[in-house]
Design a protein around this ligand. Structure first.
Ligand code: UGA
Length: 435
């Protein structure tokens, strides 16, 4: 059992802290946002993540997890402090490190005994060294500490499963003792542990996200070629995926990647490269293709409906992917805007992101279920591949629509079946029948 302080109880911090508590450690979550801490103390979570609420409650009740706004309280008995604050996109795609700086200064001022500072936030290569400098300069009197980079590889919507079953744990530090202590914390997870230097660990995170984003843009490019040549990208991806060198995952063609990680991280990596005088051509292409996928949907709607003026379009799903209410950089935002500019009336439904959507899509008419969404629509667009959309009563949907167009941005439906039901259906890269 170790005492761990987690700074930042947003997505990464809350999942990491709660999972470490579940492994038997004692965790104090610190955040400067008072409302967030007050809510957590009442059992109200700032994010939606399957299984997390129950896990937070269980560990709070067991006395292994608590929340405070006070660094002094959080660091009182801590052997480790995990920095898990946000690193939003700043100017020119550069990561904004103001919260990391604040966390480092506050930690330096409040620490009373030797501490291992573990950086979880996704930060530009070199930030670990910078954090160490800030702590050294901000300590009222010198107390030994070490900085270890331990990037997170959690997917929203399956973060608990990902935490408990990691592919690997990456640790960056040249101080063998500190790296070993952080490694001990991760031993119950039984995953390979890669120990390297700080900068290499930070780079592993960016390179991993950029590679996954590249796979997505690759298959989207192939989808567009499939569409032109009459091949079906879903079957192409399946056929490719059997080759272990390629792998099945992250080859779903569609509206491309969104969310709070891939868009920001690919941009930040490209920015770091440019600053060093490099030309990140591949990363640039990955971003361009991703942007184009969103425009494609609007073009397909034009193909099916002609002018979009006064047309009613329903967006099926609004979150950037299933099992989350996160709408950061969600394709729904850009697509809704483009449709509205073209004069269309936009309706929207999402199983969990409705509160978020109310804030982020103020001019979209939000409705309570997929059937209400379909009422009076000239077209439906599948934005998010929620499970509950897979088995909708399509005859009922068709009957309540004004038109019959469906643009399936996630290739959720069978083109032939949709045709038989009387829909004018377009998927992404689905060959002659379902293009
Ligand atoms: C991603 C990574 O998968 C995590 O390993 C990483 O820790 C996290 O970013 C982060 O840096 O914090 P996440 O953004 O939650 O996790 O979501 P993913 O499940 O990876 O999906 C990202 C986007 O790619 C989604 O918009 C999804 O719809 C899209 N995607 C994914 C595709 O378009 N096609 C695919 O085949 C797979």
């Amino acid at each position: 059992m170790k005492n761990i302080c987690v700074v930042g109880v947003g997505y990464v911090g809350l999942v990491t802290g709660t999972c470490f508590a579940d492994l038997g450690n004692r965790i104090t979550g610190v955040d400067i946002v008072e409302e967030r801490i007050a809510n957590l103390n009442k059992g109200i979570l700032p994010i939606y993540e399957p299984g997390l609420e129950e896990m937070v409650k269980r560990n709070v009740n067991a006395g292994r997890l608590k929340f405070t706004t006070s660094y002094a309280e959080g660091l009182k008995d801590a052997d480790f402090v995990f920095i898990a604050v946000g690193t939003p996109e700043g100017v020119d795609g550069e990561a904004d490190l103001q919260y990391v700086r604040q966390a480092a200064i506050a930690t330096a001022e409040a620490m009373t005994k030797p501490l291992i500072v573990v950086n979880k936030s996704t930060v530009p290569v070199g930030t670990g060294d910078w954090v160490a400098d800030i702590i050294r300069q901000s300590q009222p009197s010198p107390i030994p500490f070490s900085v270890v980079s331990c990037p997170e590889f959690l997917r929203e919507g399956s973060a608990i499963v990902d935490f408990m079953n990691p592919h690997r744990t990456v640790l960056g530090s040249l101080e063998a003792d500190a790296a070993d202590k952080v490694a001990q914390l991760h031993l119950p997870l039984r995953a390979p542990i890669v120990v390297t230097d700080l900068r290499t660990a930070e780079m592993i995170k960016y390179a991993s996200n950029a590679f996954l984003a590249t796979k997505i843009s690759f298959i989207n490019e192939i989808a567009n070629i499939c569409e032109a040549l009459g091949a079906d990208v879903k079957e192409v991806a399946a056929g490719m995926g059997y080759d272990g060198r390629i792998g099945k995952q992250f080859l779903d063609a569609g509206l491309g990647y969104g969310g709070s990680c891939f868009p920001k991280d690919v941009k930040a990596l490209a920015h770091m490269a440019s600053v060093q005088g490099k030309h990140p051509q591949l990363l640039q292409a990955v971003m361009d293709i991703n942007g184009d996928q969103r425009k494609l949907v609007v073009n397909k709607l034009r193909e099916l409906l002609g002018e979009l003026d006064d047309k009613v379009v329903g967006l099926l799903g609004l979150a950037f992917k299933p099992n989350t209410d996160d709408m950061r950089d969600a394709p729904s935002l850009e697509i809704a805007r483009a449709l509205q500019i073209a004069g269309a009336r936009v309706k929207g439904y999402d199983p969990v992101a409705m509160t978020m959507a109310g804030r982020m899509l103020p001019n979209v008419q939000l409705v309570d279920d997929p059937y209400e969404l379909a009422e009076g629509c000239d077209a439906l667009v599948v934005i998010t591949e929620w499970n509950e959309f897979k088995n909708l009563d399509m005859e009922r949907i068709k009957a309540s629509m004004r038109g019959s167009a469906v643009v399936d941005g996630r290739n959720l439906y069978d083109a032939a079946q949709m045709g038989q039901l009387g829909f004018r259906y377009r998927g992404i890269g689905r060959g002659y029948n379902g293009k």
